[in-house]
Design a binder for this molecule. Structure first.
Ligand SMILES: Cc1cc2nc3c(=O)[nH]c(=O)nc-3n(C[C@H](O)[C@H](O)[C@H](O)COP(=O)(O)OP(=O)(O)OC[C@H]3O[C@@H](n4cnc5c(N)ncnc54)[C@H](O)[C@@H]3O)c2cc1C
Length: 422
């Protein structure tokens, strides 16, 4: 990809750290507001968590991860290395502050509040992609596919009722299907499901990595600079404003800075004089390039914590959560579990040439992202912590950061997304 040619114009300058879906969308919205934007990533655009994920733009995702009763699952999280939610023993001591807050946030009033905060930003999440896709000539990269939540047992469906009711309270559109209706829609699925819910408004990126690349190319084509450098620190003016971003290769003066470094944002937040309870939920995916059989609609199972996403490049099965920090090597047995489910759900599936991947979700303990100004430097902004939903929330986050940086008041209460909310 071209790196950009330097930027014309006399608008203020902005540096955006991180070229995942969030950073690229922030850069595009700042550009629309007349900023001369430099987007900085130590890798290529979209090579972090935005690479091998489920590719879904989930506008129904108003249910946080920390649901009521999850505390009872902590022993299983510690004892079952292959379960849908796993905590690695070795990482437990470092995880205690995050895990404690996660459990506190799983009480009903907090879950209700998190779900309102999520609903308020999911509300226009898809619409906000429109101008970015139009400008990039890439409208066809995102399509409304709908999404089927499948349940293997009546008991599992009954257990999910309080969360389905939570979605209803947030106005999520859904349609209930019994086993026969599901079979009529999805004849290739094994007959092992008792129930399903169709969420018709959910969309999918044909190939999420390609989407980020196309958006980054559009940013460069509109005069943006894209640098492959690692951000290490910041230089400050006497009034605490950030004067420059310091990287392994140089110093970039800026009028505004946005931290969108995904799961790796916390050290940068600290350099800017704040702190945050950001950690990472590692997740795995397998991509079957020539699957033979695919479902007609993307599928999700809350019981298993996995998504089946039929994409242009093949069938991707992605998901599960592993709290294991940043340095431990991947546990590829978890990817094998995904393959086992894939074979069981889709008889006749061809898994030859399968590609495995592990990614680092940027996760806050209340499942609500940080979209916020810095309490210390009034020209620094934060956009990270999107957990399981960063793809769908990319454009919405970019628009909100554009509003905050340009001094426009967003039309929602921004307190739930503040960096210093805990
Ligand atoms: C298995 C799995 C399945 C998922 N499925 C879905 C899904 O279907 N739908 C959905 O919406 N979400 C999904 N997600 C979540 C989604 O992938 C993330 O929420 C999203 O990608 C986060 O985007 P980001 O831009 O914040 O982070 P990233 O894409 O990780 O980007 C952060 C960037 O910052 C860069 N960076 C970090 N530190 C520095 C530094 N110091 N200097 C320079 N650059 C730096 C990194 O190189 C990286 O490119 C899934 C995640 C996983 C793991």
């Amino acid at each position: 990809m071209s790196q950009g040619t330097g930027q014309a114009g006399s608008g203020p300058s902005a540096a955006v750290v991180g070229a995942g879906i969030i950073g690229v969308c922030c850069a595009l919205f700042l550009q629309r507001d007349g900023y001369r934007v430099t987007l900085i990533d130590r890798q290529g655009p979209g090579e972090g968590a935005s690479f091998g994920n489920g590719s879904m733009l989930t506008c129904e995702a108003v249910v946080p991860v920390q649901t009521p009763g999850i505390a009872w699952r902590v022993p299983a999280m510690l004892l079952d290395p292959l379960g849908p939610l796993r905590v690695r023993w070795g990482y437990l001591p470092r995880l205690v502050p995050w895990l404690t807050r996660f459990l506190l946030e799983s009480r009903w009033p907090r879950v209700e509040a998190a779900s309102i905060a999520l609903a308020n930003i999911l509300d226009r999440a898809l619409d906000d992609f429109d101008p970015l896709l139009r400008r990039a000539g890439a409208e066809a990269e995102v399509r409304k596919t709908g999404f089927l939540m499948v349940y293997e047992s009546e008991a599992g469906f009954r257990r999910a009722q309080p969360l389905i009711d939570l979605q209803r309270r947030r106005g999520v559109q859904m349609e209930m299907l019994d086993a026969d209706a599901l079979r009529a829609r999805e004849p290739k699925l094994a007959p092992i499901f008792a129930r399903a819910i169709l969420y018709p408004e959910v969309a999918q990126a044909l190939d999420v990595f390609r989407l980020v690349q196309i958006l980054a190319e559009s940013f460069v084509a509109q005069g943006g600079s894209l640098l492959r450098e690692e951000v290490r620190d910041f230089a400050f003016a006497s009034d605490n404003r950030v004067a420059a971003v310091l990287t392994d290769l140089g110093r970039h003066a800026c009028d505004t800075v946005v931290i969108a470094a995904g799961a790796w944002s916390r050290p940068l937040v600290r350099r800017l004089g704040s702190d945050t309870l950001l950690d990472t939920e590692r997740g795995y995916s397998v991509l079957m390039p020539d699957p033979g059989v695919v479902p007609n609609t993307p599928l999700y199972s809350t019981e298993r914590g996995i998504v089946f996403s039929p994409m242009e490049i093949g069938l991707r099965v992605a998901g599960t959560v592993e709290m294991g920090g940043y340095d431990a090597p991947p546990d590829w047995r978890r990817a094998e579990v995904l393959l086992t489910h894939a074979r069981r759900w889709l008889p006749g599936l061809n898994t030859e040439g399968v590609e495995r991947w592990m990614g680092f979700r940027p996760s806050m303990p209340d499942s609500v992202p940080v979209i916020s100004g810095s309490p210390r430097s009034d020209n620094a902004f934060f956009a990270f912590g999107h957990g399981h939903g960063g793809i769908g929330l990319g454009a919405r986050t970019g628009r909100l950061i554009g509003d905050l940086a340009s001094g426009r008041q967003p039309n929602i209460d921004m307190a739930p997304y503040r960096v210093d909310r805990f």
